[in-house]
Design a protein around this ligand. Structure first.
Ligand SMILES: Nc1ncnc2c1ncn2[C@@H]1O[C@H](COP(=O)(O)OP(=O)(O)OP(=O)(O)O)[C@@H](O)[C@H]1O
Ligand SMILES: [Mg+2]
Length: 235
């Protein structure tokens, strides 16, 4: 399915701020390559900020971030994307004014895969997208938009996939389907980091997990350990 071979990523004592307000206060995180890592925590804990730092959209004020063996501090999101680091931000994974098909075409920009191949992979996973290939992405349902967004990971040499709250507002059956694909992408060797507020579905496919509270990693361990910890930490 995918040709990635993730060697994982790590954050060491990462601090990050918006303007003068620091929101990450020394984040330490080790994500093994080629698996699903679930990053959990309540509103405002700093989960999306961690993904922005990993994806090169926000530079840390201190600490180091290593993705696929490369220090990301001076890399742009575009350079990281060319290196196979794909970030799908909260609710903004598609181009709303392009059709489904033209969105898929965007994923071929690196030139190492044809539109026909991307379409065939995406439609195989999500037949619904095929029916709607001429529809503007912005008019798809929430679940369909996430299917389209995640299809990006099928379009070639993805090494790291960062997913921010893909389950938000979706019916459980759609979420289960999306997470099935997440598991399949990881099984192909991609390192997947999923951020979710609520633990259940993400922990169901995760190999490792962590809980963030107030800009720090509060717990890190197996999905079972994190399920117990989440309950007492914030649920
Ligand atoms: N662009 C921004 N400008 C200023 N402050 C921000 C910005 N984005 C996030 N913050 C603040 O940083 C803190 C962490 O936000 P972040 O979005 O990382 O949390 P989160 O864990 O993803 O929360 P949620 O579950 O609600 O998505 C919050 O206090 C938030 O208000
Ligand atoms: Mg968030």
């Amino acid at each position: 399915m995918t040709t990635g071979s993730g060697v994982g990523l790590s954050l060491e004592n990462v601090h990050a701020a918006y303007g003068r307000i620091e929101v990450l206060h020394g984040v330490d995180l080790t994500v093994p390559g080629g698996g699903v890592f679930a990053l959990l925590g309540p509103n405002g804990a700093g989960k999306s900020t961690v993904l922005k730092v990993i994806g090169g959209r926000l530079h840390p004020t201190a600490g180091t971030v290593t993705v696929e063996g490369l220090e990301t501090a001076r890399r742009t999101p575009e350079a990281l994307a060319r290196a196979g680091v794909i970030a799908i931000p909260e609710g903004r994974g598609v181009f709303p004014n392009l059709t489904v098909r033209d969105n898929l075409r965007m994923w071929t920009y690196r030139g190492d895969i044809s539109l026909a191949e991307v379409e065939s992979r995406a439609y195989e996973q999500f037949p619904r997208l095929k029916e709607r290939r001429r529809q503007l992405a912005g008019t798809l349902s929430g679940g369909e938009q996430q299917m389209l967004a995640i299809s990006r990971a099928l379009a070639g040499d993805t090494k790291v996939l960062l997913l921010d709250e893909i389950s938000m507002g979706l019916a459980p059956i759609i979420v289960a389907h999306l997470y099935e694909l997440v598991g399949a992408v990881a099984a192909g060797g991609v390192t997947v980091v999923v951020v979710e507020q609520f633990a259940e579905t993400a922990l169901g496919v995760a190999d490792r997990a962590a809980i963030m509270l107030h800009g720090r990693i509060a717990h890190q361990g197996t999905p079972q350990e994190m399920a117990d910890a989440a309950e007492s930490a914030y649920l």
